[in-house]
Ligand binder design. Structure first.
Ligand SMILES: [Fe+2]
Ligand SMILES: [Fe+2]
Length: 331
């Protein structure tokens, strides 16, 4: 007997709605912002003056700030890895003609995301504050290494991951933008804020996908969610390496920077989890298997458990010297 592929059936059941999701959560290409809207215009007579101003303003920002910007940029630049990963997920089929709703979603989402690495990379290059060659080597390593985010080809787990990750990037881009603005760097502030806006729309979409899956297969979805949280949501930055380094070695140092600056902290992880638990209304879900009941219990108690752990965590104050950024003081 052929075993039923429930995940494929669930994805097929939701697929007719993907067009609506795209209308609600993505912006038509002709209407959305482009990197050029935020960068000096090379056709303008003022181009060189504008670059001069951009470079002056960027001198106000310190070492930790640039390390975080670099890591955020590299994380965006690893987009080929995410697209390849998502295209391989059960139910997302790019071979069934261009009409498979889910593969259309992945292409359109990728196309929006692609602008993030593009604008950040150009900005970093123009700012003159970072060692671009080292940044480029790390980017190439990250894409060449690939990474396992622990989701397999399971759409349930993948959409938990993306729901979580999109909100995490929203938070970190937003905070970086606020910091830039505070230091008088209005252009960079605007740029990061608008990227954060894209991340928020994507987060809203992915959490909606999960909500629909809960409607179709509540026990399966609950177990997948709990499984992802048990493994912890591993950020793509986890796999960063510098030139000459081995995979993952740059992450801890970067993470310390992000914690010190407060752009993405252990507390944020807990807040994201609480938001997901409440949007998916875990306590209201009916007809769960015994195993899924246990998974729900675990998920509902998890935020306070993590809270207790995070209160005991300490972060070293000393700075590691990344090759990406010359030491130029701290914020
Ligand atoms: Fe992004
Ligand atoms: Fe994103």
């Amino acid at each position: 007997m052929v075993k039923k592929n429930i995940r494929l059936e669930v994805m097929q059941a939701i697929e007719p709605k993907v067009g609506e999701f795209m209308d609600s959560f993505l912006i038509p290409i002709e209407d959305i912002w482009q990197p050029s809207d935020f960068l000096p215009d090379p056709k303008s007579d003022n181009f060189l003056n504008d670059i001069e101003q951009l470079r002056e303003e960027s001198k106000e920002l310190g070492y930790d700030f640039w390390v975080t910007m670099v890591a955020d940029t590299i994380t965006e630049e690893a987009l080929p890895t995410y697209e390849a990963w998502l295209m391989d997920v059960e139910g997302i089929n790019q071979h069934e003609g261009k009409e498979n709703g889910w593969s259309k979603w992945v292409r359109a989402w990728t196309a929006e995301e692609n602008r993030h690495g593009d604008v950040l990379n150009k900005y970093l290059y123009l700012s003159g504050r970072v060692n671009m060659r080292e940044v480029e080597i790390t980017t190439q390593h990250l894409i060449a290494d690939g990474f396992d985010i622990g989701t397999d080809r399971d759409p349930y787990k993948n959409f938990v991951y993306t729901s979580f990750q999109e909100l995490a990037t929203n938070i970190s881009h937003k905070r970086v933008g606020q910091m830039a603005k505070k230091k008088g760097n209005a252009l960079l502030g605007k740029m990061c804020t608008i990227i954060a806006g894209d991340e928020m729309r994507h987060h809203l979409a992915y959490r909606e996908f999960v909500k629909h899956i809960f409607g179709e297969d509540p026990s399966g979805m609950m177990l997948a969610f709990a499984d992802m949280m048990k493994k912890k949501i591993v950020m793509p930055a986890h796999f960063l390496r510098e030139s000459g380094g081995s995979i993952g070695t740059a992450f801890e140092n970067f993470s310390n920077c992000a914690q010190r600056l407060g752009v993405y902290t252990a507390q944020d992880y807990i807040e994201i989890l609480k938001k997901l638990n409440s949007y998916w209304q875990l306590d209201a879900i009916r007809e769960l298997s015994d195993e899924a009941e246990k998974a729900r219990d675990y998920l509902i108690k998890l935020p306070s458990r993590l809270q207790r752990i995070s209160e005991r965590m300490a972060f070293p104050e000393d700075q590691y010297q990344f090759k990406w950024v010359e030491a130029n003081g701290t914020l």
